[in-house]
Design a protein around this ligand. Structure first.
Ligand SMILES: [Zn+2]
Ligand SMILES: [Zn+2]
Ligand SMILES: [Zn+2]
Length: 167
């Protein structure tokens, strides 16, 4: 095998692979080009690109959450390794159905579940620590449907159209 790695460009910040013509890192939102202006303030330089809606924003309109740049509208997403939660439900059948629907819509859904703590005796458990997009108030023992960050808005629309409801 020849060493093809030498042509691979990586983001200065998150070290993820990026394409030569990328204007920003799709993984963390770091801006690679000059003169990219905030979507809300066309006279202010963008400090990052929201990895959910892919729009550039200034420091006032967005910021880094656990190293990922997110705009004010999207800063509350739970994000695990480049995928964001679009739906969560306590029963796996519904979660699998949601996953199928998203797949049929051309998206790349992924299910994430963490076993409930046996001591808790059931009922929703909430995280008590803050790491990788989790914080107080998020339920951890649900089955989460995740999609790549850039598919979030399409996935949510699809689920809304199909009338999936959070339980
Ligand atoms: Zn990056
Ligand atoms: Zn956004
Ligand atoms: Zn702004």
């Amino acid at each position: 095998m020849s060493d093809a790695k030498q042509d691979v460009l990586t983001c200065d910040d998150c070290r993820n692979e990026v394409a030569p013509d990328d204007e920003f890192c799709p993984n963390c939102g770091l801006v690679f080009v000059d003169n990219l202006k905030c979507s809300n303030h066309d006279d202010v330089e963008a400090s990052g690109v929201c990895i959910i809606c892919c729009l550039p924003f200034c420091r006032k309109c967005g910021g880094r959450v656990n190293k990922l740049f997110l705009c004010g509208d999207h800063e509350d997403y739970e994000i695990y390794e480049g995928r964001a939660r679009v739906y969560g439900v306590s029963d796996e059948v519904t979660a699998h159905f949601a996953q199928e629907c998203l797949k049929n819509g051309g998206l790349h859904p992924f299910l994430y579940s963490r076993k409930a703590n046996p001591i808790s005796g059931g009922g929703p458990e909430h995280t008590t620590f803050r790491a990788s997009g989790e914080y107080d108030g998020h339920i951890i023992n649900e089955v989460k449907v995740l999609v790549p960050c850039q598919e979030v808005l399409r996935a949510e629309k699809l689920l809304r159209d199909l009338e999936f409801k959070e339980k």
